[in-house]
Design a protein around this ligand. Structure first.
Ligand SMILES: Cc1cn([C@H]2C[C@H](O)[C@@H](COP(=O)(O)OP(=O)(O)O)O2)c(=O)[nH]c1=O
Length: 201
């Protein structure tokens, strides 16, 4: 089995992870480095739709403050396991939207219990070869989320998420990229960060 290479993009909602991760995987593939974009959704839009269909406010209201984070963490565990398997089996570079840290940060920002349990369950996953933190001002992130129109985010929550990432023990190992910059500048910064990782494969 070939050694896998994993690049993870992390950051608050609206920091541009999905957009930039998709584009990065496309650029790498076009440049002759086969890459795959990997999603790491927690299923929130699905849980919210399901909740509303049965007359509940949202997923948290349907499953409860205790069960909802564990459900979300389980869905993300499966996405991470799939991502590791896909990159190992295909030999393609994985460009993943989020990594394990995102779940810890989200749970802490919401005040959820069970972070230690989730950390233990996620300990099986290897560290990515590169983690890029898209640093974006919470106000801009909120504006982007509102424009996206799928969900909404409170400014206080986005601010707490941003602080949560910066407080992570592993934050010093992240490559910080200015996510407030225009998409072309962000893409160029990502390319610079990724090149040493993909050339040493
Ligand atoms: C990267 C980027 C995204 N966007 C838009 C695209 C999306 O509709 C929205 C959020 O981007 P998205 O990539 O979905 O962010 P995340 O995955 O981190 O939540 O913002 C911008 O307006 N400017 C940008 O520079």
């Amino acid at each position: 089995m070939r050694r896998s290479t994993m690049v993870a993009l992390v950051g608050v909602d609206g920091s541009g992870k999905s957009t930039q991760a998709r584009a990065l995987a496309r650029r790498l593939t076009s440049a002759g480095v086969p890459a795959v974009y990997l999603e790491n959704a927690g299923g929130r839009p699905l849980w919210n739709r399901l909740a509303q269909a049965v007359g509940r406010r949202d997923g948290v209201h349907l499953f409860g403050r205790r069960c909802y984070p564990l459900l979300e963490a389980t869905v993300r565990w499966l996405a991470l396991a799939r991502a590791v398997a896909v990159t190992r089996l295909t030999g393609r570079v994985g460009v993943m939207d989020r990594w394990t840290w995102c779940q810890y940060v989200i749970m802490r920002a919401r005040g959820d219990r069970g972070v230690r349990l989730v950390r233990a369950a996620y300990a099986v996953f290897p560290k990515p070869d590169l983690v890029c933190f898209l640093a974006v001002t919470p106000e801009l992130a909120r504006q982007r989320v509102l424009t996206r129109g799928i969900d909404t985010e409170e400014l206080a929550h986005l601010t707490a998420l941003d602080a949560g990432y910066r407080a992570l023990a592993g934050f010093a190992d992240f490559t910080v990229i200015d996510g407030d910059a225009d998409p072309t500048t962000v893409a160029a910064a990502l390319d610079r960060a990724v090149t040493p990782v993909t050339t040493r494969r």
